[in-house]
Every structure is written in C-alpha cells, then in structure tokens.
Design a protein around this ligand. Sequence first.
Ligand SMILES: [Zn+2]
Length: 395
Amino acid sequence: MDFECIEAWLELPEFRVTHQVIRSHELELHLERRDTHLVCPRCQGCCERIKEGRARCVRDLPMLDRPVTMRLHVRRFKCSDCHHRPWEKSETFGDHAKWTERLYAQVRQEFLHGCPCQELARRYGLSARTVFRWTFEKSRGGRPRKLGRALGIDEYARRKGHHYNTIIVDLDKGRPITTFKGRRVEEVVRWFQSRPQAERDGVEVVVLDMSKSFYSAMGQVFGDQVEVIDRFHVVQQAVGALDGVLRSVQKQLDREEAKALKKLRKHWLKLPNQLELDALIARADWRRRFPELREVIDWVQDLRKWFERKYDKPARAALWKLIERARASALAPLQDVGGTLSRWFEPIARYMRQRYTNGMTEGFNNKIKLIQRRAFGLRNEHNRKKRILADCGKT
Ligand SMILES: [Zn+2]
C-alpha cells in the first residue's frame, strides 16, 4: 500500500509514514511526527537541527489482516539559541503508551462479547495473557470498589424465577461498585457492614426505588437521612394510577370506543406542543367526556412538574398539597397513590436537595441482562461479578 493510503487508514494526523515492512504475521509501520522543528521549552526559540533519535513501539489495530506494530521515531532537537536539546513529545500518545486506545477498547469489547481469548490473541498479535489482563484489570478480580458519596442500589434477576442479586453503583463516578447474591435486608446489611467504617461514613445519598427491603437495609446501615427515592419510580406509580382509571373508563365503553381510547394511551401524558393537532383535539374531547380521566391526568402532570422545582421548602409544601389532592379524590387508584406517596414523603422530598436519579443503575441493569444472556446464564458468581465490573460503566 502507498503511504498516503496507510496514513488515511491510520487516522493519526500527527504522524507521517516513512517506511513499511510486511511480514507474514505482522505489518510494521515506521512513523515520524510531521513537524520538522520544535519550539524550545527554555527560550521559546526554534529548534531545527536533529541530534539523535530512538524508536518507540506502539501496537495498533490490524490492517490487511495483520497485526500492526508502529515504530515511532522520536527525535531529539538542538536549540540554536541556548544549548538545550529537547526530545519531541507526541500529542497522540502519552510518554509510556505501548498500545493505542482503540486496540485496547476493541480487544476488551470482543472478549467480553464472547470471542475466545486465543483467537483474539492471534488476530491482534498479543499474548493470551495480555488479552485477559486488559479485559479484567479494571474489575480488580471482582473485588468491590470504594463506596462513593452517592450510591444507587437496585436488584436484578440472575436467572429465571425468583433468584435475585443486588447491584450497587457509584453515581458520581458512573460505574458499579459491586454486585452480590441476594436482595434481602440481612444480605444487603451484611455486605455494607463488611466495608470499612470510614467508607460508610462518606456516604451521603443512596438512591433506591420504593422497595421496602432496600429501604430498611439502608436505614439500618446509614440511618434515615440519606435515602432518596428515584424520581422515575415515583412517576411510574402515578402512571400506574392513570392506567387504573383508564381501565375503568374503558369498561364503560363499547368495544370500538375502548379500542380508540387505548390507541390514545401514548398521547395522554404528552405536552400540548408534542402533539399533532388532531391528536390534541381528540384528547380534549375525551377529557370533556370523562372528568375522572381529566382529573388523574392533570394530577400526574403536576407531579411530574413538581420534580422541576428548585427550592426545598416550597417544594415540600407543594408535594403535600399534591398528596392531599390525590387522597381527597373519589378515584380509588389515585387515593392509593396518595397513600403510597405520603408514606414515602421524606425520601421523595429529599430529591430537591440531592437531585440524583437511578437512571444509571437501571442502565447497568439492562447491560447485565445482556451480559448474562451472552454467557448463557453465568453460573459462577465470581465470574459474573468480574464481567459486570469489567463491562459496565466508564473504563
Ligand atoms: Zn533554547
């Protein structure tokens, strides 16, 4: 291949290719920085004369089915003004990088997606040990990471039926801390108590759904000031009430109309500017015909809007008002939600101060499902832990 073509493939604009050697098992590329001079770091003069050079070796993604070894020829210049002799530095690669980020990411991803280690080692010109080390070095052999200031906690099914695990996420750092077998109060409490006291003292927020067992476990470990209910779960409760009312309205209708109402389900909670005009008119029509629908929809909208509030004190008052309104309603589903929210009032209202959600935890949860499916279940708990820590979150 000609050098320009290789350069286009490489996408390393800092370098130009000076030489290539094709061997049966690898492609060796010799690279040099495009700059022909250097600004002297001492006197800001221009260094143009080259004194000496050395070659660095960096591995990269394969080209033409051959693993690529890049030889970077790093030059040392001489300053014409002072007598400094600076080495040139690469903007693309750090001082010690021995492989490119894209190679590292690619190998990890393929291994985690189930490609055999030996096959990857052959394809990328690495040792099997390196493939394994790259993939799992971030999971620290399955050992838990340090507890952060803000945690998210959730459960996931480790296989079909009632077999659940718990996952704990660092919401600031965006990665899982650990995952363990079970979701019962004593199992969760035991895990947290196995952590050093100093780490536990640093925890200020724990986001959870409205699960009683997690709530009581967190209460035992951290007291009752850190729990925050995930806002999407609160809204979910309210949407559940809406569906309840919707069902009871549907029962009063004949089949055709019930169908039409069901079709509109996805339009009920949209803002007016998110709807087409005819959908908007249809919605207004239904609202007029069924005041109970109107009542519950307005309530759900107001609850959603509540989360946009900024100040703690007025927000608390407003939340009480919303709850009172639901409880005073004649609609049973709405009364139920009112009751639920009043029981969880404190941890819901605490959202105003902390503003954390469990969206990230839910995201990891979906990823875990994928990991388990790819590995046909993952029987081994240690292996599961390692894969989840290696695969979820930023690396
Ligand atoms: Zn100089």
